[in-house]
Design a protein around this ligand. Sequence first.
Ligand code: NAD
Length: 347
Amino acid sequence: MRVLLTGSAGFIGAAVADQLERAGDEVVRVDLMVPEAHAPDAEPAPGTHRVDVRDAAALGPLLQGIDAVCHQSAMVGAGVTVADLPSYASHNDLGTAVLLAAMHEAAVHRLVVASSMVVYGEGRYACAEHGPQTPGPRSVTALDAGDFENHCTDCGRPLGWETVEEDARLDPRSSYAASKVATEHYTAAWVRQAPGAAIALRYHNVYGPLMPRDTPYSGVAALFRSAIERGDPPNVFEDGGQMRDFVHVSDVARCNVLALRSVAEAPGETFSTYNVCSGEPVPIRRVAELVARGTGSGVAPVVSGRYRLGDVRHIVASPARAARDLGFTAEVRPDQGVPDFATAPLR
Ligand SMILES: NC(=O)c1ccc[n+]([C@@H]2O[C@H](COP(=O)([O-])OP(=O)(O)OC[C@H]3O[C@@H](n4cnc5c(N)ncnc54)[C@H](O)[C@@H]3O)[C@@H](O)[C@H]2O)c1
């Protein structure tokens, strides 16, 4: 296949490019090398087109003869400040819209797009006695008091978590999350209008070699590791009991390759979404412990009780649909992958 890959110099994009090329596919690399993601002197892989996905005129010639697009470029992170809003809207919403229009213009009808677990908001919960519940955002008063769990609206007891399936309600809680929902919605509209075939991959917490080091936008595993390297204990927010799914970047890249193969064969006008996860949820405190173990530093994580308003309490995905439709099952287990990550090269 000849694949145009946006965000090819990024953490996940570079791993996708690598696996596609090893499988014999041709990759047209596109990356703007935005300063939020790359050091000023960073050089992308040879042959990378330093093109902005918001630039339709520059995308047009690159899309000629392309079989499918793999769209990884985005501003990532949790939407750290209100000042970040225009940047998410511009790179993610507008960037996707311009890319989709340019694909239509160039008669490219196959797309795999990076989405995120953040589209779900709070994940899925149930009270042991009163059944499924959909909690709203947690209150500042409760969080300040160290009350981090969501509670049953009938009996007030803490809710247990359940796995989220792809047809769950979308409930973005940050500017970044809103932009990923918008990305999916633009894609769904393109699928109907073009018509095209698309797959959105909702990655959970991705980690692995060449992850960005230490920006407010870095994943939590990289932040834990950077703290230990500075000689500080990893700072675990809330009470450390937040459940997440950590999926290795090599598995995420492999899932993209499977999705590209699948979308190439898909009948017109299809749009599918998939969780991309390890299927082995872990509490955040355990992730900090696994990182610390991997560094061999003997540093113990500190549970600080701090919190970020945009964070959700538990978000754990069901891997079933990706296994059934794409044949994707993660190979790297967190117990093995997270300690290995502690000494892997970072970007
Ligand atoms: N890392 C995770 O844990 C995670 C989780 C869920 C979803 N995702 C999604 O996966 C995708 C890849 O994320 P990543 O972790 O590799 O991030 P990254 O920051 O390492 O890579 C993103 C790349 O996109 C490029 N880019 C940004 N704006 C651009 C533009 N306008 N034009 C061209 N290039 C542009 C950046 O220069 C960067 O190289 C993103 O869409 C992100 O939302 C990542």
